[in-house]
Design a protein around this ligand. Sequence first.
Ligand code: URP
Ligand code: ZN
Ligand code: ZN
Length: 474
Amino acid sequence: MARTLIVNGTIISPTGLSAGDVLVEGETIAAIFQPGQVAALGVTADRTIDAKGKYIIPGGIDVHTHMELPFGGTEASDTFETGSNAAAWGGITTIVDMALQRYGENVQDGLATWHRKAEGNCSIDYAFHQIIGGIDEQSLKDMTYLVEHEGVTSFKLFMAYPGVFYSDDGQILRAMQTASENGAVIMMHAENGIAIDVLVAQHLARRETDPKYHSISRPSLLEGEATHRAIVLSKVAGNVPLYIVHMSAAEALDEVAQAQNEGLNVFAETCPQYLYMTLEDHLAQPGFEGAKYVCSPPIRSKHDHRHHHKDLWKGLRMNELAIVSTDHCPFCMKDQKELGMGDFSKIPNGIAGVEHRMELIYQGVVLGEISLERWVETCCTTPARMFGMYPKKGIIAPGSDADIVIWDPNSKTKIGINDKHHMNTDHSAWEGTVIDGKVDTVMSRGMIVMENDKFTGRKGHGKYVRRGLSQYLH
Ligand code: URP
Ligand code: ZN
Ligand code: ZN
């Protein structure tokens, strides 16, 4: 079995920083030695990596991606191969992608389709949540089957996108009741889609068709309202674990914080775009440029009655927001985002980001928004615990998978289509952004998949991860 030693680095975990040398044997972490022990004990390895001046962190886990998702009249442009490679470039060693069941389709067929798309194509490990787009007797039974037999223990429902993935309150309640029996987590896209559709139609009737109206027609109040409703439904269903995805609004954060104060099993994630981008600087760019930033919930205005960025960073510090994911849903401008020229409601919703989450949230450390420990906790450890993969994933510890990132805090990263960009899109939503740090080396189950600015991974190395129930509650 190949042995690799990573020496002289600083190991970061949610509970602190420590000097230590990490021994990897085959696919797992075999031991962590205190400084001096490697020499004293005469530990040897096939390869030794010097991480002096660098951080050693668990591989990032992005729990919200959409590879190859059919959506908005087209399909998300990253395959599992291109998307997992880009993830590896960004220090991600596990993705949890959203398998799709649409209205009228069979849940188990939807999951099988996702397995077919991913199997043999990923360079890093992968797991699945299941989108339930049609809640009926059969899909409710299938939810329990997936929990018990398929390692899929979380289900995404939509209060948005009427006629596409939308479920009404009665359907949502039934799915939550099912989850309260089988132990699953309900993940919620919390926006009031019925009200939003009215506003969208009114803007279009006034010929307000530019990308910026995507945000204006989806006010933060309607994210707050839907979040409140989802929380009430989860309470009625017996305090079922509820996880609000891609939170963008201060009003929604208030609802989650209040529910947590009440002792409810309510959790939430946000994404880098909601921490950094604004309606004015991004969506309202001249011409059709703003289409690059069309996602739902939308990027918010910096002149809103609430300061969304500030509140979301606060939520991350306070653990009201447990996780940062990317909601990676990539579309090219050409032939994809362009579908919405002259009608913002037809722009495919989504931003590519799987490659940049570790970098962008690390910049939050540099800016003083969160600590190094919290960076690791929100991007690596809590994702594993929230979605039943800990301690196999999410921590540098003996016995855990050797999913390891060496991070160089003394280098910089410039993101952009001609700089660092490996996702399958013809633009970068983060063009020109400079990060005060750099992904140096990435190891996936003992295999180096990125080092010295070169991808060294292998298609098919990534394995399916069967997940258990959320370890926040069990
Ligand atoms: O705009 C987004 N978020 N696209 C992906 C689908 C979803 O709602 O997560
Ligand atoms: Zn969503
Ligand atoms: Zn999503």
